[in-house]
Design a binder for this molecule. Structure first.
Ligand SMILES: Nc1ncnc2c1ncn2[C@@H]1O[C@H](COP(=O)(O)OP(=O)(O)OP(=O)(O)O)[C@@H](O)[C@H]1O
Ligand SMILES: [Mg+2]
Length: 279
């Protein structure tokens, strides 16, 4: 891992009327270029963690640092969140207005002539192909999600937190946005934290963190999460998640032919399977 950009050091978060801490002694570190899935059953503390990273929930104990500075001293806007539903965060009338407001907050010296190509570029980079003067209220769910990603680009944030932001989209849009997120980590060095219940999202991540009752239960690679040594239950199953179809197919092949397939993509599945001496 590169040097950590965002460090969560032994934090605990308390909420009123909850008998135990909602987050209890959480320690995590996230680097640039990393795409991390954050999973956990309902009430595990995922949204609370996201809100705490945004500075919205007070920390009772421990510290969060961004590029070595305590979060409250870090430059504003470095951590952006994509909410669900995305329309909850719209303030502009058109795509241009929406992105221009964000860009100007970050860089007030941008001129009108510079603004238009900048906004256009942010939209295109996340595959938002609607005209930039289109009304935001006429956009589809997938286009709105792309607009929120474009907004994160316009804000030049270094950390993007998505709280189940892809959950209401159709499978094809979800697949395409996963690819865009992956590309953002590569092209912009962004750190992306993707809170999700969808195990397909975990397949594209560099790491998966599982929260349970406010504590970190697992921090591992997707491969180590989905697969275990032959005959053993994987951490994914042990922690009560249902693996994606691809993983199920590989595990079935392993049981049937004594193979040790551990693919995370269809291409890897086909490639690994081609080396198995199938009777
Ligand atoms: N404002 C609040 N006041 C009191 N308790 C809260 C508050 N917000 C969250 N909680 C409690 O904190 C725990 C964690 O909630 P959180 O919303 O972080 O879970 P989650 O992992 O995001 O769950 P889900 O998958 O359902 O979105 C829950 O028990 C919840 O009831
Ligand atoms: Mg939540």
């Amino acid at each position: 891992m590169n040097a950590p950009r965002l460090v969560v050091d032994d934090i605990s978060v308390l909420r009123v009327n909850t008998p135990r801490p909602v987050l209890n002694q959480i320690s995590l570190a996230f680097a640039s270029h990393e795409l991390v899935s954050i999973c956990g059953h309902n009430g595990a503390g995922k949204t609370t963690l996201a809100r705490t990273l945004l500075g919205l929930c007070p920390v009772a104990k421990g510290e969060i640092t961004l590029n070595g500075h305590p979060l409250h001293n870090a430059p504003r806007g470095q951590i952006q969140m994509v909410f669900q539903p995305p329309s909850a965060q719209l303030i502009g009338q058109t795509i241009f207005e929406e992105l221009a407001v964000t860009a100007l907050q970050r860089n007030p010296s941008l001129t009108r002539t510079q603004l238009e190509p900048f906004v256009q570029d942010c939209a295109l980079r996340v595959g938002l192909r609607a005209p930039i003067h289109a009304d935001v209220h006429a956009l589809s769910g997938g286009e709105l999600q792309r607009l929120c990603l474009a907004q994160a680009l316009a804000s030049q944030a270094s950390v993007l937190v998505l709280d189940e932001a892809l959950s209401s989209l159709d499978p094809a849009t979800r697949t395409s946005l996963r690819r865009e997120l992956r590309d953002l980590t590569v092209s912009h060095g962004m750190t992306i934290l993707m809170i999700t219940h969808d195990m397909e999202d975990v397949l594209v991540a560099d790491r998966v963190v599982v929260l349970d009752l406010g504590e970190v239960r697992l921090d591992a690679s997707p491969r180590d999460f989905f697969y275990d040594e032959a005959g053993q239950a994987s951490p994914c199953s042990v922690l009560g998640f249902h693996p994606p179809y691809l993983v199920e197919a590989a595990i079935t092949a392993n049981q049937k032919w004594g193979a040790a397939l551990k693919p995370l993509t269809e291409e890897q599945y086909v490639e690994e399977l081609s080396h198995v001496p199938v009777p």
